[in-house]
Design a protein around this ligand. Structure first.
Ligand SMILES: NC(=O)c1ccc[n+]([C@@H]2O[C@H](COP(=O)([O-])OP(=O)(O)OC[C@H]3O[C@@H](n4cnc5c(N)ncnc54)[C@H](O)[C@@H]3O)[C@@H](O)[C@H]2O)c1
Ligand SMILES: O=c1ccn([C@@H]2O[C@H](COP(=O)(O)OP(=O)(O)O[C@H]3O[C@H](CO)[C@@H](O)[C@H](O)[C@H]3O)[C@@H](O)[C@H]2O)c(=O)[nH]1
Length: 433
């Protein structure tokens, strides 16, 4: 099939490449010429494991191209909307200006029977509004909403082998069109839920709200563990053995960040309030508050470890991305912790395998190095905030020999506690003693 993908950021670039890899002819459109140039040259403009390989192999088939010219969508019959829906500058609601602009830009090129497929995460009610706009344009095109559940770091695999497909449709004919797009996954028996627009939109935000709640739940338990001497990791293991609860997403630590969970729970709260149902999701404000408290907790632990006097002390911050295997620093707890420590006067040196360039753009006041040793050398304190394998695998005896630190703060409960203690470190985890 001939597809277009409007918006080639984290979601769109992966979607376009994976769809071409699966045999479709795809044009990816983005308004950012530097992104388009990089993608067209086979270079992902961001770090995502597996994407360079798919870009190259799909590119070599001639089925994948990228452009800034929206007119190039004219041949395609299915058009994915994958533009950003960030938090508004003045509140919690999602800013839909990119989605609206993408639809308006697409309208002149639509043909009878074309299908626009929304993949961006939007407030419930958006698809109905956009469907009305498309109907009124008289193009004969239709709209479906097909939320995306990929995780950064596993984005290619999650796109090619999704857990489930959700089709929010306004016309039953579009189920067949989407089955054609996802023929490989459908053939492999991937569950597919066909529903209306509102349910499809809500499935996406409900899934992220649930994941965020699960993380904040375990972090709330960590707060209790901290005042009782209980161990949060053992607690998570124990409750996680109950199949009704499950162990995944029960890792306590500095909390969740990224371009999705924080903004999506806030946008959901704002939308529910608009609908007069703010009380139904009021708990998400608490989920957000618990999450943000974990960042402060790490900062407080660091200040304590520095004897209450962070000024002029060298703090090595290991990790700056919101999670490993990504270069994304959007709403990153790690970056937030680094900025807060810097604000208290510490000489913060941040290291990360992939996130430094993005972090520097946002916070040029911090010192950065890609060399872990340089960050650690003569550090008065070591704080791990993103569990990259290279930090988890550090030799505690070696770190001791090059730093001045005696305390390691493990903001992700990812280190081998006993090994660090055995090497003479005072180990400080999150919700564990
Ligand atoms: N990143 C993820 O892991 C992920 C997963 C699932 C869903 N989502 C959702 O997908 C959407 C996109 O997220 P993202 O992380 O890829 O954002 P992003 O900011 O990385 O990418 C958005 C892209 O859209 C481009 N763009 C903006 N307006 C445009 C227009 N009119 N025409 C063409 N291109 C335009 C921007 O230049 C940018 O490259 C969001 O709604 C997000 O919530 C993201
Ligand atoms: O037990 C856990 C699990 C995760 N996290 C943190 O939670 C955040 C989000 O992690 P993850 O969900 O893996 O990352 P994303 O790539 O942002 O993916 C989420 O957001 C995407 C965008 O909506 C969805 O598509 C995915 O399904 C959803 O998992 C990160 O900061 C993690 O460090 C924890 O603190 N503890």
């Amino acid at each position: 099939m001939k597809l277009s993908v409007i918006g080639c950021g984290y979601l769109g670039a992966v979607h376009a490449s994976a769809m071409a890899e699966l045999g479709h002819e795809v044009v990816g459109i983005d308004v950012d010429p530097s992104k388009v140039e990089a993608l067209q040259a086979g270079r992902p403009p961001f770090y995502e494991p597996g994407l360079p390989e798919v870009l190259t192999s799909a590119g070599a088939t001639g089925r994948l191209r990228f452009s800034t010219d929206i007119a190039e969508v004219a041949d395609a019959t299915v058009h994915f909307i994958a533009v950003g829906t960030p938090q508004s500058a003045d509140g919690y609601a999602a800013d839909l200006k990119y989605v609206d602009a993408a639809i308006e830009a697409l309208l002149p090129y639509l043909k009878e029977g074309d299908l626009i497929v929304g993949k961006s995460t939007v407030p419930v009610g958006t698809a109905r509004r956009l469907a009305d706009r498309i109907a009124e344009s008289g193009t004969g095109a239709r709209l479906a909403w097909n939320p995306e559940f990929l995780r950064e770091g596993y984005a290619v695999k999650d796109t090619i082998e999704p857990d489930r497909l959700v089709y929010g449709v306004g016309d039953e004919r579009d189920v067949e069109v989407l089955d054609g797009v996802y023929a490989t996954a459908i053939g492999a028996g991937t569950p597919r839920i066909v529903t209306d627009y509102a349910t499809a939109e809500l499935v996406k935000v409900a899934a992220n709200a649930f994941l965020a709640t699960k993380i904040s739940f375990i972090n709330a338990m960590a707060e209790i563990a901290e005042v009782t001497g209980a161990d949060i990791t053992s607690l998570a293991d124990a409750i996680g053995h109950d199949a009704r609860i499950g162990r995944r997403f029960l890792n306590a630590g500095v909390g969740f960040g990224g371009g999705c969970l924080p903004k999506d729970i806030r946008a959901f709260t704002a939308r529910a309030e608009e609908l007069g149902r703010g009380e139904s999701v009021a708990f998400l404000k608490e989920v957000d508050a618990i999450n943000l408290r974990r960042r402060v907790r790490v900062v407080d632990l660091a200040v304590d470890a520095l004897g209450g006097a962070p000024y002029g002390k060298k703090v090595a911050v290991l990790g700056v991305t919101f999670k490993p295997h990504s270069d994304d620093v959007r709403d990153s707890p790690a970056l937030d912790v680094a900025v807060q420590l810097k604000g208290l006067g510490a000489d913060v040196v941040v290291t990360d395998p992939e996130g430094i360039d993005n972090a520097r753009l946002r916070h040029p006041q911090l010192l950065y190095t890609s060399a872990t040793e340089e960050a650690l050398r003569h550090a008065d304190l070591v704080v791990l905030v993103t569990e990259w394998p290279e930090y988890v695998g550090l030799d505690p005896a070696h770190v001791k020999s090059i730093s001045r630190a005696s305390v390691i703060i493990d903001g992700r409960n990812a280190l081998d506690t006993e090994a660090w203690k055995a090497a003479g470190w005072s180990y400080v985890g999150m919700g564990r003693s």
